[in-house]
Design a protein around this ligand. Sequence first.
Ligand SMILES: N[C@@H]1[C@@H](O)[C@H](O)[C@@H](COP(=O)(O)O)O[C@@H]1O
Length: 363
Amino acid sequence: MYLQTFPNPFETALAIADLIISRIIAFSPTQQRKFVLGLVADNAAIPLYEELARRCEAQEVSFEHVIAIVLDEYVGLGPEDLQSHHYFMEEHFFSKVDIPPSQTHVPYTLSNSLLTTCASYESLITSFGGIHLILLGLGGLGQIGSNGPGSGGKTRCRIVQLDEGIKENVAESFLTLADVPTHALTLGIGTILDSAEIILLATGRNKSSALTTALEGGICHLCPASMLQLHEDVRVFADEEAVSELQPSTIRHLSAQAPSTKPEFESEPKSEDEPEDEPDQLNLSDPSSINDIDLPYPIFPLSQNTPSIEREIVAQMQMADTNGVFESVCGGGAQGITFKSGLIVWYDDVKANEQSGGASLIA
Ligand SMILES: N[C@@H]1[C@@H](O)[C@H](O)[C@@H](COP(=O)(O)O)O[C@@H]1O
């Protein structure tokens, strides 16, 4: 799970828009091979939909070959009802971009046979080959879609009774609490977890408690969003208010998992107050201290005899003026390299079969 934090909801939206657009462009969808995008009718997503619409208008992205699957809908509300998710998606997104109406899908809950509707919605997704990327909002009770507390991790598309807390949260959109629908049709947690990639959007202080439980608590059906921990490719996009209750170590660990959105070799400027990284046990003025470090690799001092592949890596590192973890530097050469405090470690396969794993001290 990757966590990226932004100063405010607007910048969070921009980052998600960048990701969605880059995924669509990389996929190069065509009439025959469409990109399947799961979407949510969440107020927190409005700045994102505005940004996507703006970028579509500017012809930076097209939704012509995108299929939209909306996550959930209140039972008994249709496209004409102002509070329906269908109305929301039309108003904020579908009507603003070039997506053909035949490619927008919202659960239809006015039918007489909701069980059939659930099965059909699930089959529809299967017929498209699954969802490539799904956007989820985070509810204040940890719900995703209308999967409220108590939703099992293997649930499929189904009718759920809305939790009182969820109803209270949306009551202001309706005349009174009694007007809030009692049920919703939602993709199940299992359906969501089948998506190839998941984005969880959480902005605002009212999401901080749910986000903390989802990321720091164990996987538990009382916080459905915690089950996203089971998925291999989840990106959490949050603003500073939403992460305000997280432990600093949680933010550090989960942010470290995030692939940089900046050029790969760019490093963060150091603040003046920030102490220099301690070189662990390595004393750079004493190259022999490298022997004190417990590494599962042979160690080579960088010298005239250093193999050229290693020199190339070192040169790239020095040019990049960075520290951190590098992946796949030198194309098919090194598979992964860690550079810390003057120490370069590479692992896996360095230049097929010629060397296998090693460390080098820049001194
Ligand atoms: N079914 C919706 C969810 O899909 C949404 O993510 C959540 C939070 O929405 P908001 O950010 O508008 O409070 O509310 C409801 O539970």
